[in-house]
Design a protein around this ligand. Structure first.
Ligand SMILES: [Zn+2]
Length: 203
């Protein structure tokens, strides 16, 4: 077994390596950076991380991230109540927001349909979406799930259920490459994708 540093260092490396996309080498590099960092940075980082689980919850309406019962977007009276943009993850909501093209509301599903991995509709916030639009003046639901196999299947499924309730759906235009992810799209591409969304009602 090769030497991997003192115990406290190894513990930090082990925890950092549990983060997505961080391998053993990167974790070691990050831990070394933290050991060498100046001032209160490590303490501030630790507090910021602790606050993530202490203070951040899911918005009771859209299921985006919030630090109160309802998020700032749901509370914003200037937003268009007739338009709901459905995304897979909170990071997608943030990506659409950063496009600056959208002034409606959101609904975060927290995943996409992946039957082979055992992810069915009951694991997503689909029922909550249907409850939410029931009897509300919703003109259109913009389906902004990822343009990959799971995202497409999810959009189809949701559009069909909404159609049964008489609600129009649209699908974002494919400025986003197939197999791509919203959070990695540049702002112009994403803005165009929102602006050029098309009707997607399934009956
Ligand atoms: Zn919200």
């Amino acid at each position: 077994m090769s030497y991997r540093g003192p115990q406290a260092f190894r513990r930090a490396v082990t925890e950092l390596a549990r983060l997505p996309g961080i391998g053993e080498k990167s974790a070691q590099r990050l831990a070394l950076f933290l050991v060498r960092s100046e001032g209160k940075y490590v303490q501030e980082l630790a507090e910021a991380l602790a606050d993530l689980t202490r203070k951040i919850t899911l918005c009771r309406t859209c299921f985006g991230l919030a630090d109160t019962e309802e998020c700032g977007i749901c509370r914003d009276p200037a937003r268009d109540d007739g338009l709901i943009c459905v995304v897979e993850e909170p990071s997608d909501l943030m990506a659409v927001e950063q496009s600056g093209q959208y002034r409606g509301r959101y609904h975060v599903l927290h995943g996409s349909l992946a039957p082979l991995d055992g992810v069915g509709p009951e694991h997503l916030k689909v029922r909550e979406l249907l409850e939410r639009v029931k009897g509300r003046p919703v003109r259109e639901v913009v389906l902004a799930t990822n343009p990959d196999v799971e995202g497409e299947a999810t959009a189809l499924y949701v559009a069909k259920l909404l159609g049964e309730q008489g609600i129009r759906s649209s699908r974002i235009a494919m400025g986003i490459p197939m197999g791509g992810h919203l959070e990695y799209a540049d702002q112009v591409t994403l803005a165009r994708a929102i602006a050029e969304r098309r009707e997607f009602t399934v009956r």
